[in-house]
Write a protein that binds this ligand. Sequence first.
Ligand SMILES: *[C@@H]1O[C@H](CO)[C@@H](O)[C@H](O)[C@H]1NC(C)=O
Ligand SMILES: *[C@@H]1O[C@H](CO)[C@@H](O)[C@H](O)[C@H]1NC(C)=O
Length: 228
Amino acid sequence: MKANGIFFMIVYFIYFYNVKAAVNLVEPQIYLQKIAKRVVELLESRYLTGPDLPIDNYTSSIEMSSYGITLSGNVSFHSAFVAKIGAMELNMQRFKHTLLNAEAQIEATMQWKNVATAMDFDADLEGFQGSGTLLVTYGHFDLPLTTKRVFATGEVSGSLAFMSISSQNDIVVVGHPNNAHVQMIARAITTNFDFRNDMIEPFRRWNFINILNVALEEIPFPEICYNC
Ligand SMILES: *[C@@H]1O[C@H](CO)[C@@H](O)[C@H](O)[C@H]1NC(C)=O
Ligand SMILES: *[C@@H]1O[C@H](CO)[C@@H](O)[C@H](O)[C@H]1NC(C)=O
């Protein structure tokens, strides 16, 4: 009976061991938070309002009529720049890590909050020709951050890129000079996707690979625990 009991205990432990023991990355969240913190430091020291975040000149056509004002024609925007980024943080809601035989990947989303851009415009509209300035503040930008290690080579790589703005309800636009047409142009930025979209396009080409590579070189990718 006693030998039998021990036998079943051993069977139980073998079973338990097989179910519980797994191959895991060691603290992938902490790693990604360190990477993000370093990237923010580098962005803040090197990128924030410099020429590294370029915004193209562009012209958008507009056909819009409301509250007795009609906007019909073209508005060309130029000399735009990022004036201020309120805060940058890593949003762990979309944290994910995958561990395959050949590689491991860790990802989350970086968020920039209250991103203020300033731009000048020349409006060429029916019944209104004029120039002015807009200050457009986005509630937040989402920038997915991914890091990856290929085991065969040991190579660690990553990506960080602008993906999307927050909802249009989160955009605040202030226009100068303050007249009805400029107010309507400001309003069109928040309400009219086509009118706004050309402004957002260049954000997608912002390139953060150099600073991300600095962080990836400084902070070692998580070890693997083969029996945790
Ligand atoms: C707006 O620009 C387009 C393309 O450049 C042009 O064809 C059109 O005539 C312009 N409209 C006005 C009202 O200037
Ligand atoms: C954008 O427009 C401004 C003002 O007209 C001009 O000085 C600048 O050279 C233009 N930038 C490009 C890339 O065309």
